[in-house]
Ligand binder design. Sequence first.
Ligand code: MLT
Length: 392
Amino acid sequence: MRINENYGNLKENYLFSDIARKVNEYKASHPDADVIRLGIGDVTLPLCKSVVDAMVKATLEMGKKETFRGYGDEQGYSFLQEAIADYYKKRGVALDISEIFISDGAKSDLGNMLDLFSTDNTALIPDPVYPVYVDTNILAGRKIAFLNANEENGFLPLPDENTKGDIVYICSPNNPTGAVYDREGLKKWVDWANACGAVILFDAAYEAFISDDSLPHSIYEIEGARTCAVEVCSLSKTAGFTGTRCGYTVVPEALIRGGKPLRKMWLRRQTTKFNGVPYIVQRGAEAVFTDAGQREIKENIAYYKENARIIADALGRAGIAFSGGVHSPYIWLKCPGGMTSWEYFDLLLNKANVVGTPGAGFGKNGEGYLRLTAFGDRGRIKEAVERIIKLK
Ligand code: MLT
């Protein structure tokens, strides 16, 4: 038998596993080192009260015969789909609940969505980029064309008459650079995709970090997006669900390719390969969209954004160039002294005991950059930046 030989085309390790291994090796040889991790974008604040209360209540329901539930509804419970539809409605986006699919997070859906498309297609992927977009296409053996995201275009590539591809990934606010598309920029992508029949996979995982409401949170705020875009979102960063796992994907009814509605294909795919998110977690997710839940998660997001401001302020004082951190929990900094990403990563780990994510791990255009996350504890963030600027 033959195995999927495309595995041989992947880098040996997933970026964040590689970093974790390096940090663990360092800790093993320096057991007393006080290492501060600002690498992977993992949240540190606990789930908010509304979410915990809802999950406790749901857990008790699961322990009683009258309220126990087995398999859930195929696309997720309608109580959660309705809460999400209402959330979109506040931004003027009307979604039918049949277009909303509850998932265990953005990462899985971004990979699984590729089941809908032929492997003969070309994927257009920005560089630098969240490595999942690249790896999932490599695994499928699909051709990849990269879109340069760099200082010249503000890390926000736009299509032109030479842009060719079938599936295009857009993440805004962007991981790793923190850059955000405005309406005009997204409209260019929507018009391009509708004109050539491509599909946009829009990753909105960081939408809750946008503080300027003239910027779009959802691609469906852009006219024409319903006929060309799938939107994937997650409560991981919005509401601290990195370990709890819940997200959602929107596939509009009007999105037809090859004569087939992608919504129906996705439903078919999910009913065959996915048995849904636990009832208890979906009740917790529902609580995120209540007034109290929104108030509470916004306090947490404000805490992380203040962390980002503290990092930005310190880097500014130290004369280290950076972008991001305003509508995003990520700071994208230029490694001082012309160091490569991994050189600076090693220097920070060895001399400051601070862990960042080397920009080169996000693609060739990330070389010479390093990403810091603002998801840490306030005191630790302050300590980390002091150590970083002292090294400069
Ligand atoms: C990141 O650090 O880029 C993210 O935490 C990774 C993820 O969301 O899977």
